[in-house]
Design a protein around this ligand. Structure first.
Ligand SMILES: Cc1cc2nc3c(=O)[nH]c(=O)nc-3n(C[C@H](O)[C@H](O)[C@H](O)COP(=O)(O)OP(=O)(O)OC[C@H]3O[C@@H](n4cnc5c(N)ncnc54)[C@H](O)[C@@H]3O)c2cc1C
Length: 393
């Protein structure tokens, strides 16, 4: 039976997309989108890129206020889902109007992630970059020349570092792993971006975890002091799984969902950054932090709720990161055991035992798009055939 009342916990990229897609699929029941943050749902990717330079918050809005009235979607900002009562099929809310219960036929958990806080003394004085509010604080701090230390050499830390260098600040990046973006890209691509950031004038401290932060900078594990007038913490995230855990839903590295993106309670789905789903290629559970995953998850869940479409999730992952004048694009997903092969300058192919799994490119949208199409068809085991298909063609 089609549910009549859908409640979405989390009004970020995926939560809003679920509301949009439900209406696009003709869902006629009630849709309530509950978000802990103030204001309209917004795009996060520009927070570490264009927004730091232009400060244009309006450009981040995904749908205008009029969308919610015209599509009859109830949006409750500054409101938190505090608890799920699965037996009664209702959620407990807290917000401007006080506490209240809201019933659901289907609940979508789209609660995203929050910043990981590694065991570093004095982290309370570090800044975060997760929300529009965080980005506004950072932008304000960038108006006068600073010595900045960034803890974390992942996408967000490096994007921020590139912008801060462009604005003329003195920037150091501290990364516990021996290479940049180690979880997401091949060693070759890490090396390429290390060279880029050094060329931009950023000091890189690799293989050296930070152990302390204070008003004057950061101390590394070997005692090295990195002087800084402010510190950005960008050391990764952790999924917001507490609601699901308290409701005794299955969780691991995220809220565990099946190939239809249903949690261990079929009346509850989960999507995006907070969801751990089976990789269609290997069956292993993975959790991706990307706009693509959040929006594609949302579309699949909405089609199931609105039309009973039971398609399994099989979308090809893709990701991008803008650092300085370089756009890194990744088509596909490579696990930690993948091998790499440099195909040409700025193009790296990654393989596992089943063949090609991902293609990384720099400033090469044409090859990225071809790689996506190739991988969607199932990839190719042979490097020569792959080169013929995506480069020579
Ligand atoms: C600075 C930055 C740069 C990024 N750059 C890129 C990029 O270049 N490319 C890319 O693909 N991705 C990028 N990402 C990641 C991308 O933004 C996320 O993958 C995407 O937003 C995930 O969508 P989501 O809906 O799962 O979670 P989110 O968009 O994070 O939304 C989750 C929302 O749920 C709310 N929430 C949590 N708990 C509750 C609760 N109990 N009740 C109510 N609300 C709750 C949160 O406040 C939040 O607003 C970036 C992220 C950041 C922070």
């Amino acid at each position: 039976m089609t549910p009549q009342a859908v409640v979405i916990a989390g009004a970020g990229q995926g939560g809003l997309q679920a509301a949009i897609s439900l209406r696009q699929h003709g869902f006629a029941g009630s849709v309530t989108l509950i978000g802990a943050e103030p204001g309209l749902p917004y795009l996060r990717p520009p927070l570490s890129k264009a927004y730091l330079l232009d400060g244009n918050a309006e450009a981040l809005t995904i749908r205008p206020e009029s969308f919610f009235a015209s599509k009859n979607v109830a949006h409750l900002p500054e409101t938190r889902v505090e608890q799920i009562d699965r037996a009664a099929r209702e959620v407990r809310l807290s917000g401007p109007g006080g506490g209240r219960n809201l019933p659901y036929d289907h609940l979508i958990l789209a609660t995203g992630t929050r910043n990981l806080r590694p065991p570093v003394d004095g982290l309370d004085c570090a800044c975060d970059l997760r929300t529009l509010r965080d980005a506004a604080v950072l932008r304000d701090r960038l108006t006068k020349r600073q010595r900045i230390a960034v803890i974390g050499g992942g996408f967000i830390g490096l994007e921020f570092a590139a912008v801060a260098r462009k604005l003329g600040h003195d920037v150091s990046v501290i990364e516990a792993a021996s290479r940049l973006m180690a979880r997401a890209v091949s060693p070759l691509m890490s090396g390429h971006f290390a060279a880029l950031h050094r060329d931009l004038g950023t000091k890189l401290h690799l293989g050296q975890p930070a152990v302390g932060v204070d008003g004057d900078g950061v101390t590394l594990v070997d005692g090295t002091r990195i002087p800084a007038s402010f510190v950005l913490l960008a050391a990764g995230v952790r999924p917001n799984t507490e609601l699901a855990e308290d409701a005794c839903l299955e969780t691991g590295n995220g809220i565990t969902v099946d190939a239809n993106l249903r949690t261990s309670d079929p009346a509850i789905s989960a999507l995006g950054d907070c969801a751990s789903y089976p990789d269609p290629r290997t069956g292993r559970h993975i959790r991706l932090e990307s706009v693509q995953a959040a929006t594609d998850h949302a579309r699949l869940i909405a089609a199931r709720i609105a039309k009973g479409d039971m398609a399994e999730y099989a979308a090809l992952p893709w990701f991008w990161s803008d650092q300085g004048d370089q756009k890194l694009q990744i088509a596909g997903y490579a696990g930690p055991d993948a091998t790499e092969e440099e195909v040409a300058e700025g193009i790296v192919a990654r393989f596992d035992t089943r063949g090609l799994v991902a293609v990384e490119t720099v400033n090469n949208a044409r090859v990225h798009m071809k790689a996506r199409r190739l991988l969607e068809k199932g990839g190719l085991a042979d490097i020569d055939a792959m080169v013929d298909a995506i480069i020579a063609a």
